[in-house]
Write a protein that binds this ligand. Sequence first.
Ligand code: FAD
Length: 227
Amino acid sequence: MDLPKIVARKDAIVRRFRSGHEHKVDSREHLHLYRGHARFLGPHQVAVGEHILESQRIFINTGTRPEIPRIQGLENGQIALSLEASDRSQTLAGSHLLVATGRRPNTDDMGLDKAGLETDKRGFVKVNSRLETNVPGIWALGNVKGGPAFTHISYDDYQIVYGNLVEGKSLTIENRILGAAILATEGGELIQALSSFILTGAPYTILKGAIYIHPTLAEGFFSQMDE
Ligand SMILES: Cc1cc2nc3c(=O)[nH]c(=O)nc-3n(C[C@H](O)[C@H](O)[C@H](O)COP(=O)(O)OP(=O)(O)OC[C@H]3O[C@@H](n4cnc5c(N)ncnc54)[C@H](O)[C@@H]3O)c2cc1C
């Protein structure tokens, strides 16, 4: 496995996706992008490098990063792992060590205390179902607030906040009804039909009358509805 090559490919894909959004930001006269590590100075004040920005509305969307556990010797490069159970101890040696111990929120160096923001015991920003924090005028979206850690959830968080603040809607994360799960080839494509359908609030039996293009996976899937 050539990890540097994999990471370089990932970086190139991320850059390509991101540049499209950056062009959109750059083309907006009244939208300014400040690059850097943001820290709260107060409930409505944030510092990014030498810039101090103030706003009545602030949206925290800083995500998570890998959790590296504090295991003695993890940093010293040698790969040998000691395991201890009540009745025995064992040492394992290997060429590589995969540390897969979850992710932690990017909140520990953001001055949340200066804004009076509450987090849970793991550091995730606490929000209500409208994604409002305990401080009026501050919202938290995406992975940084905990819960399901998916891109589509982060995007839906944005839709909730935008809908409520700009479009006068009254959306909550409870509107996100998870009523189906599919584990199958192209399951991501199939579930899309169901997740859109759930928004209508109609009974699933209506789908029986639909015409499913042949030959498709959707056709096969919906033909199983009576089972
Ligand atoms: C290997 C891997 C594979 C995944 N595959 C999938 C998948 O197939 N499908 C799926 O739905 N999800 C997948 N996910 C999860 C998905 O990537 C996340 O759910 C999503 O990126 C979260 O978006 P976000 O906007 O909350 O945060 P992020 O995308 O993490 O963005 C947060 C941004 O904030 C920046 N930031 C952090 N702190 C500060 C600060 N103080 N000041 C300024 N900026 C800051 C970070 O640098 C980052 O750019 C995967 C994740 C990983 C790690």
